[in-house]
Design a protein around this ligand. Structure first.
Ligand code: NAD
Length: 501
C-alpha cells in the first residue's frame, strides 16, 4: 500500500481527527483562539493536511497562564496531598497505555515516524516515565541541619530545608518526540505540584491536545495542564517572556534556547534548556566491525536521524575503518523506506518540507565543499519528505557537515590512529550533549569516559535513555537536566527554615 492509502486508512480510524479544526485546551476544555487564525498540520509521508490548530497570540497566552495560575493557587491543587498527585499520575500513565494505538497513530501521522517506534518510545516509555514521576510526588524531601549560629546567649537554633513547587511552568517542546518530550516536562512538574502551559511544536501539536484530554479523564483539576498551540516566534516567545511564568522547561534548538534564556533572565524565570547536539561515536581498534556498524546505523538512522543525541560523527580506528564502513553502507542501502504506518518500513519521512530542504542543503553543501557521499544523499521517494540514509567521508574539521546539527539520516565518518586524536576530534565541537565509545577494553573505556566533553557517555550502545538517568547537555547543548531525580527537583524551589528555640 502506498503512503497516502495507509494514512487515509489510519485517519479514518482516528475519532480525534473527525474534526479538521482543533482549539487550544485551557482551563480543562477546548478554548478557541482569540486570533482566529490556524496552522495546518501536514502528514509528511503524503503531504496531506490532516488537521488545523490555532495560531495563538499574546491574548491566548494570557488566558493559558491565568488558568495555570488560578489552579496553582486553588485549594483543589495547592491543598492536594502528594499521595493524591501520585495516584492521579499513576492513573494517567494507565490511560496513556490504554490509548497507545491512537496516540502512536497520531504521532506517526503528524511527524512521519514509524508507528512501532511511536508506540515503544513516545507512548511506552512516556507512560513509564509518568509512573516513575508519580512515585516522586511522595518522596521530595529536604534536610535537617545543625546550625552554628553563635548567640545571643541562651538561644538555640534548629534548621531544615524543604522543597516547594516552583509555580507555573512553561513547557516548550520540539517535534521529534512530541509526546515523550512533553511528558518529560509535564510529569515531573505535576509530581512537584506545579501547573503547566505546554506549547507543542507547530508541526506536531496533536498528541499534546489529546494528552490534555487524558489528564482531565484521569481526574486532575482543570487548569493543571493547558495546551497552547502556535508558532515559536509569536506564541512561544510571548509565553516564555510572560511575567506570570516561574519556570521554563525548553527542548529545541540552541539558537532558540539562547534567545529564551536571555529573556528569562529579565524576569529571573527559572529555566532548563535541552538543546542541540552533534554527538560523536568512537570505535576503538578492538571493536567488532559488524556490531559497531549496526550501532552506528541505530545511532544515526533511528527516527530518521531526528534525535538530539544522534551519532552524527563517527570516528573509527584506522585498522577497522574500511570493514565498519562497508557494513554500514550495506545496512544503509538495504533499509526499507516508506510510510511509518507500514510495519516493514525502517526509515520514514522527515517531519516537514522545510526540514527536508534544510537536510538536503546540508548534503549539497558538503558535496560542494569536497566531502564524498559514500551512499545516499538524494531524495528517496517522489512524494513526501523522504531522504536516503547517507554516509559522508573525506570531510575536513571546518566543514559545516561536521560542525552543524543536520538532524537527519546523515553521518560523517573519519578514521583516527591514536586515542588522543579521537578525543581531540570528538571534543572539537560547540556541542556537548552525548558521546559513545565502542570497545571491550575496560581500561581504555574508563580512561576515555572523563575525557569526553558530553552530558551522557554510552559504552557499546547509543541513544539509550532511561527515565531515572538524567539527560542534559554541556557547552552549547544546554543547561539543566530532564529525566531522573534532577528533573523533578528542578521544578521545586529549595526553602531554608531557621528557628530560634
Ligand atoms: P526549535 O528550537 O525550532 O523549536 C522548539 C520549540 O520552540 C517549538 O515548540 C517552537 O515553536 C518553539 N520556539 C521557536 N522559536 C521560539 C521563540 N523565539 N520563543 C519561544 N519558543 C520558540 O527546535 P525544533 O526544530 O522543533 O527541534 C529540533 C531541535 O531540538 C534540535 O536542535 C534538537 O537537537 C533539539 N532537541 C534537543 C533535545 C535534548 O534533550 N537536548 C531533545 C530533542 C530535540
Amino acid at each position: 500500500m502506498r503512503p497516502r492509502e495507509l494514512s487515509q486508512e489510519f485517519l479514518a480510524k482516528l475519532g480525534f481527527l473527525a474534526r479538521l479544526k482543533h482549539d487550544n485546551f485551557i482551563d480543562g476544555r477546548p478554548w478557541p483562539s482569540r486570533s482566529g487564525r490556524s496552522i495546518p498540520v501536514v502528514d509528511p509521508a503524503t503531504e496531506m493536511v490532516v488537521a488545523e490548530t490555532p495560531d495563538s497570540d499574546a491574548d491566548d497566552v494570557d488566558a493559558a497562564v491565568a488558568s495555570a495560575r488560578r489552579t496553582f493557587e486553588s485549594p483543589a491543587w495547592a491543598g492536594m496531598l502528594p499521595a493524591e498527585r501520585e495516584r492521579l499520575l499513576y492513573k494517567l500513565s494507565l490511560l496513556i497505555e490504554e490509548h497507545a494505538d491512537e496516540l502512536s497513530a497520531l504521532e506517526t501521522l503528524q511527524s512521519g515516524k514509524l508507528q512501532g517506534i511511536a508506540r515503544m518510545v513516545d507512548v511506552g516509555s512516556g507512560a513509564a516515565l509518568v509512573r516513575y514521576m508519580a512515585g516522586w510526588a511522595t518522596k521530595l524531601e529536604g534536610q535537617t541541619l545543625q546550625p552554628s549560629i553563635p548567640g545571643p546567649p541562651g538561644l538555640q537554633y534548629r534548621s531544615h530545608t524543604q522543597r516547594e513547587p516552583v509555580g507555573v511552568v512553561a513547557a516548550v517542546v520540539p517535534w521529534n518526540f512530541p509526546l515523550a518530550i512533553a511528558l518529560w516536562k509535564v510529569a515531573p512538574a505535576l509530581a512537584a505540584g506545579c501547573t503547566v502551559v505546554l506549547k507543542p511544536s507547530e508541526e506536531t501539536p496533536l498528541t499534546a491536545l489529546r494528552l490534555a484530554e487524558l489528564v482531565m479523564q484521569a481526574g486532575f483539576p482543570p487548569g493543571v495542564l493547558n495546551v497552547l498551540c502556535g508558532r515559536g516566534h509569536t506564541a512561544g516567545a510571548a509565553l516564555t517572556q510572560h511575567p506570570g511564568i516561574n519556570k521554563i522547561s525548553f527542548t529545541g534548538s540552541t539558537a532558540v534556547g539562547k534567545s529564551i534564556g536571555r529573556a528569562a533572565v529579565d524576569n529571573m524565570t527559572r529555566m532548563t534548556l535541552e538543546l542541540g547536539g552533534k554527538s560523536p561515536m568512537i570505535v576503538l581498534a578492538d571493536a567488532d566491525p559488524q556490531a559497531a556498524a549496526q550501532g552506528a546505523a541505530m545511532g544515526i538512522f533511528f527516527n530518521q536521524g531526528q534525535v538530539c543525541t544522534a551519532a552524527s560523527r563517527l570516528y573509527i580506528h584506522r585498522s577497522i575503518f574500511e570493514p565498519v564502513l562497508q557494513a554500514l553502507v550495506a545496512i544503509a542501502q538495504g533499509m526499507k523506506i516508506g510510510s511509518g504506518f507500514d510495519a516493514s518500513t525502517q526509515l520514514g519521512p522527515l517531519v516537514s518540507k522545510r526540514h527536508f530542504e534544510r537536510v538536503m542543503s546540508h548534503i549539497d553543501a558538503a558535496r560542494q565543499a569536497g566531502a564524498r557521499i559514500l551512499t545516499g544523499g538524494e531524495r528517496a521517494l517522489p512524494g513526501g519528505y523522504f531522504v536516503q540514509p547517507t554516509v559522508v567521508v573525506d570531510a575536513t574539521p571546518q566543514m559545516a557537515i561536521l560542525r552543524e546539527e543536520v538532524f537527519g539520516p546523515v553521518v560523517v565518518a573519519l578514521p583516527f590512529d591514536e586515542i588522543d586524536e579521537a578525543v581531540a576530534m570528538a571534543n572539537d565541537s560547540p556541542y556537548g550533549l552525548a558521546a559513545s565509545i565502542w570497545s571491550h577494553n575496560l581500561s581504555a573505556v574508563h580512561r576515555l569516559i572523563p575525557r569526553l566533553k558530553a552530558g551522557t557517555v554510552w559504552v557499546n550502545t547509543h541513544n539509550m535513555l532511561d527515565m531515572g538517568l538524567p539527560l542534559g547537555g554541556i557547552k552549547q547543548s544546554g543547561y539543566g537536566q530532564d529525566l531522573g531525580r534532577a528533573s523533578v527537583e528542578s521544578f521545586t524551589e529549595l526553602k531554608s527554615v531557621c528557628m530560634a528555640v
